[in-house]
Design a protein around this ligand. Structure first.
Ligand SMILES: Nc1nc2c(c(=O)[nH]1)N[C@H]1C(S)=C(S)[C@@H](COP(=O)(O)O)O[C@H]1N2
Ligand SMILES: [Mo]
Length: 437
């Protein structure tokens, strides 16, 4: 992210703020995007905070490149990130290198970002006073809830919950799949505070006709068309009525950061991250499978049967991806590290839809596996920490492979599992290289 957080951009962002760009009757979003039209050289110079020696040659209405990024909220919110790899800047997508996921609880600065649209401006202003969540559809009593209503009328709970993008690991499929080329870093386990989705649904009274939820946020579509939504997904009503999913308004003891959904988001553990709608405005209880944007076609869907890599699967044979597979990451040492000649310690995290039952490591390319020490989760759906002492016979190049097994005996494969057209659900073992010297 370093290239994004330059002094110039910070200064430019400050100048944009102090220039009163959000005044007037335009929406803040339009205001900030269009105010440069007709701005004179003197004003431009003030905004840049320095002389523009060739400024007289700038075409009328020209928007300096140095201001463009600072103006985009998507870029401003990324200034708080630390060491993430940017995969795409429109929409913003960034993942976390494995060694930066070493914390037991993922700090905001190291949580991956997955956006399908733009970051809404309201989130940057961090003002939640007029926010409402609508719960409607197949319910006895539709609800309109403010953040205070949520806090006051429901039990507030705090849980460490894994959030992982369904496409995490996509980059390793052969043949490749289109979409963000996530390697291993579209996952994190922050501490979330909020109310149970179940409690809110029960307060509205779920009718027998309910089969699915439909989630809505207010992030703008990249086309700028206000009638289009970047993403609106849902989950089976039975999953929504389990105790684990939260409507969260806090992360790691603070408000949810702008880029992660301020002021309100869903966190649906065990399911692909796309179920965890950010900037949550509405939960529509449906009498059919939700049909919002990115519910159909090939989005977050897998072939109904195993296919050979590269197979063209007809759309009608694609089924919605539900649970996420068992997985783990070695977070220390960093791959490429030099370690002691006779041995070293490793550690990391493992997670599953449910509990991880066992954790093993191998240093002989999977010939033999040794049991690692695995902690119980701090709560259901928190990732579990593991550690192992690795002894090596000789100095030299080693790889450490780690694999987790879930409560139903499913183990991470050593090569990419179940190829699928969009590259979801890759839970192959994580491998690091070390030099024992
Ligand atoms: N409103 C909204 N919610 C969203 C998305 C989005 O684009 N818009 N992306 C989803 C996807 S695909 C993922 S993986 C997670 C990522 O959450 P994060 O950016 O907080 O890490 O948010 C989900 N919620
Ligand atoms: Mo995702």
């Amino acid at each position: 992210m370093e290239s994004r957080g330059t002094d110039l951009e910070h200064r430019a962002a400050d100048a944009v703020e102090s220039n009163g760009a959000v005044a007037g009757t335009e929406s803040p979003q339009e205001g900030r995007r269009t105010f440069l039209k007709g701005t004179g050289l003197a004003a431009m110079t003030a905004m840049m905070g320095m002389a523009i020696p060739f400024g007289r040659y700038m075409p009328e209405g020209y928007r300096p490149v140095g201001l463009a990024h600072a103006q985009e909220p998507d870029m401003v919110v990324m200034n708080d990130k630390d060491g993430l790899t940017l995969l795409n800047d429109r929409p913003i997508n960034a993942e976390t290198p494995a060694h930066l996921l070493d914390d037991a609880v993922t700090p905001a600065s190291r949580l991956f970002v997955r956006n399908n649209g733009a970051v809404p401006f309201h989130a940057l202003d961090m003002d939640a006073s007029s926010w409402t969540l609508t719960v409607d559809g197949e319910v006895d009593t539709p609800l309109e809830l403010s953040l205070d209503d949520l806090r006051n009328d429901f039990e507030v709970v705090t849980r460490n919950l894994v959030l992982e993008c369904g496409g995490n690991g996509r980059a390793f499929f052969q043949p490749g799949a289109s979409g963000n080329q996530w390697t291993t870093g579209a996952v994190g386990c922050p501490e979330w505070t909020g109310v149970r989705l179940r409690d809110v649904l029960n307060a509205a009274g779920v009718q027998p006709s309910a089969v699915y939820t439909g989630h809505f946020g207010n992030d703008p579509h990249l086309s700028g068309d206000p009638d289009r939504l970047p993403l609106s997904r849902g989950i089976p009503i039975a999953k929504a009525l389990e105790e684990d999913a939260l409507i969260a308004f806090g992360m790691n003891g603070s408000d949810i950061p702008a880029v992660h959904g301020f002021p309100l988001r869903l966190v649906v553990p065990g399911y692909p991250g796309s179920a965890s709608q950010k900037w949550l405005t509405r939960i529509w209880v449906r009498d059919q499978v939700h049909d919002g944007p990115k519910m159909g076609g090939y989005s977050y869907r897998l072939p109904a049967y195993p296919v050979a890599p590269g197979t063209e699967v007809p759309e009608e044979d694609m089924v919605i991806m539900e649970t996420m597979p068992v997985k783990s990451l070695i977070t220390n040492p960093m791959t490429g590290a030099q370690v002691a000649a006779d041995g070293f310690d490793i550690r990391g995290h493992a997670w599953a839809d449910g509990e991880v039952a066992g954790m093993e490591t191998s240093i002989d390319f999977g010939q033999t596996w040794q049991r690692a020490e695995l902690d119980a989760p701090v709560n259901r759906y928190a990732w579990q920490h593991f550690r192992a002492s690795i002894a090596v016979p000789l100095p030299g190049y080693y790889e450490v492979w780690a694999r987790a097994t879930d409560g139903e005996g499913r183990t991470q494969p050593v090569t990419t599992p179940g190829w699928n057209p969009r590259g979801y659900g890759n839970n192959m073992v994580h491998r690091i290289a070390v030099i024992a010297a």
